[in-house]
Design a protein around this ligand. Structure first.
Ligand SMILES: NC(=O)C1=CN([C@@H]2O[C@H](COP(=O)(O)OP(=O)(O)OC[C@H]3O[C@@H](n4cnc5c(N)ncnc54)[C@H](O)[C@@H]3O)[C@@H](O)[C@H]2O)[C@@H](O)CC1
Ligand SMILES: Nc1ncnc2c1ncn2[C@@H]1O[C@H](COP(=O)(O)OP(=O)(O)O)[C@@H](O)[C@H]1O
Ligand SMILES: [K+]
Length: 492
């Protein structure tokens, strides 16, 4: 892949515009298709040199065209190749794809006649970026037959049936072991369930200039350090703990203190210079018995908080983990909207019936606020957005950020980070072992540390999600929230 396109995500509509812009700039579109098909053939031979038969499935558009080029290249190498087409290829195909078909001099059988055998390797060139509706029954049946047989599938551009913009399945989809895509990743490769169905992803540079790809791209990004490393604070010899930021984490009552302590420990490990747990009187003793480097302060009510907030050195706040749902959470959060705040868990749920109050406050407050909902919390605060099936997870996070005026971290295996200004990134470094109790509390603490150090909200959130994922990978499969805290890698 071209290095400047490493973190760029291109939707199918943008890819079509890129295709057009490339043609208008004089680039030979058939040459692009040839490079795509040859890259597929090379990958297939490298990955599955022992296949008894290469079964190439060709669709009615340019994805099918890539398939015909790959089939011809495989046959030229002496491989046993069988081509099956959806519909009548002579009638359906035009332009480059038809030219590619005419250069294939073997038989073309109807897709429905395919009987997969063990020893086959399937090259899926049915539908790629042009998938525009649910798959027809005939294709669904073939996909189910092949998936059930367990023969390896290499997908061209996208596994057929996966929507390249949303990652959703249009009735059925191949479960590919590998996907070969072109120029840049597509959102459907990263968003679930498309991510699980794409297998190992290979992005091939077929020679479209990076400037053309970038010019048509809409700004969706993969979450990598390139997005935020220049905003990360560096340690220099003259630093002191207040310069590294003071993070406050609010504790729940005596029966619910662990979550806040996990956030606090994560905040300290992630680089906040000081961390204080703000605890109600009822939980002071239990917190005191468990805290060492993290400090403790009694905060019971609104007045206590108002008084304490006169200390401008308090750099950022985490409100929500184990805090308890109710008006007290809302009162505290509304007081903190013009500071730096991570609103998580109960802090989000508490606003289910009062969200306009929060959003109106955030619209005028000059704070840096990050909300970190998982799917359930997202649906509580943004029910109409959560229900809208036309939107991808990326667009849902963007819509939520827009109406709430906060940075949204829409959590899950495919966490999306969206800024109120439209910036968006999809995370891809998180292992499934992060699905463990307390893992979200650790994330809130890491993001809080970044805010305390002065990072802007979007960058603080994106860096937090990335470090959380990297910590998960370092902690290994048996991780607990505690080992996650001790595995947080350095920032930058
Ligand atoms: N964009 C580019 O620059 C390049 C694109 N290439 C290939 O071109 C592909 C995109 O080509 P196309 O835009 O022709 O799109 P596709 O080939 O993915 O599919 C479009 C065709 O499928 C039909 N179709 C869509 N959904 C259907 C459904 N559910 N049931 C039945 N028929 C359906 C459409 O009517 C159209 O005929 C990419 O995925 C890639 O493989 C490559 O050739 C290399 C260059
Ligand atoms: N399957 C998964 N793969 C990768 N990351 C995951 C997966 N499941 C959950 N996570 C991450 O783990 C964290 C869980 O947070 P959350 O749902 O709030 O749990 P908890 O309340 O137990 O802390 C989130 O950051 C989420 O993105
Ligand atoms: K495909």
């Amino acid at each position: 892949m071209h290095s400047s396109l490493h973190d760029v995500l291109i939707t199918p509509a943008e890819m079509a515009a890129i295709d057009l812009a490339a043609a208008q700039s004089g680039i030979d579109s058939f040459l692009l298709m040839r490079r795509a098909g040859l890259a597929v053939a090379a990958a297939v031979l490298r990955l599955f040199p022992q296949a008894q038969r290469y079964v190439v499935l060709c669709g009615p558009g340019n994805n099918g065209g890539d398939g015909y080029v790959a089939a011809s290249a495989l046959a030229e190498c002496g491989a046993n190749v069988a081509v099956f087409a959806f519909g009548d290829p002579a009638a359906a195909l035009s332009g480059d794809a038809d030219r590619a078909r005419q250069l294939w001099d073997g038989a073309i059988d109807p897709l429905a006649s395919l009987v997969p055998h063990l020893g086959d390797v399937v090259v899926d060139a049915l539908f790629g970026a042009g998938l525009s509706r649910d798959l027809p029954e005939q294709v669904v049946q073939v996909i189910e037959r092949i998936n059930a047989k367990g023969v390896p599938v290499i997908a061209v551009d996208l596994p057929s049936g996966v929507d390249g913009r949303t990652g959703q399945i249009r009735r059925a989809a191949f479960a590919a072991s590998h996907t070969i895509t072109f120029m840049a990743r597509k959102p459907g490769h990263l968003l679930l369930p498309g991510r699980s169905l794409s297998g190992a992803l290979d992005v091939v540079d077929i020679g479209i200039p990076a400037r053309i790809v970038q010019a048509q791209g809409g700004g969706w990004r993969l979450n990598t350090p390139a997005l935020w490393s220049d905003q990360a604070s560096r340690l220099d010899a003259s630093t002191h703990k207040f310069r590294r930021g003071h993070l406050v984490v609010f504790s729940g009552g005596a029966q619910a203190t662990g979550a806040a302590r996990l956030s606090a420990a994560a905040g300290l490990a992630a680089g906040a210079g000081l961390v204080t747990v703000a605890s109600p009187k009822s939980a002071l003793d239990i917190n005191a018995a468990q805290l060492t480097a993290v400090m403790l302060r009694e905060i019971d009510d609104r007045q206590d908080l108002e008084h304490w907030l006169r200390d401008t050195r308090l750099g950022a706040f985490v409100l929500g983990p184990g805090f308890g749902v109710g008006d007290r959470a809302c009162d505290f959060a509304l007081q903190l909207c013009d500071r730096a705040l991570v609103l998580d868990a109960d802090g989000i749920t508490s606003f289910q019936e009062r969200r306009s109050e929060l959003f109106e406050r955030l619209a005028v407050a000059a704070g840096r606020v990050v909300m970190t909902p998982h799917e359930g919390e997202f649906a509580r605060l943004f029910p109409e957005i959560a229900r809208d099936e036309k939107l991808s997870k990326i667009e849902k996070a963007q819509a939520a950020a827009r109406i709430s005026h906060a940075t949204i971290v829409y959590k899950g295996a495919d966490t999306v980070i969206a800024g109120a200004d439209g910036k968006v990134a999809v995370n891809a470094n998180a292992p499934p072992s992060l699905a463990t109790a307390g893992s979200g509390d650790v994330l809130a603490g890491i993001v809080g540390a970044h805010l305390a150090q002065g990072m802007p909200a979007f960058e603080a959130a994106a860096a937090g999600v990335w470090r959380h994922g990297a910590a998960g990978a370092r902690a290994g499969p048996g991780l607990t929230a505690e080992t996650l805290v001790t595995s947080i890698p350095p920032l930058g």
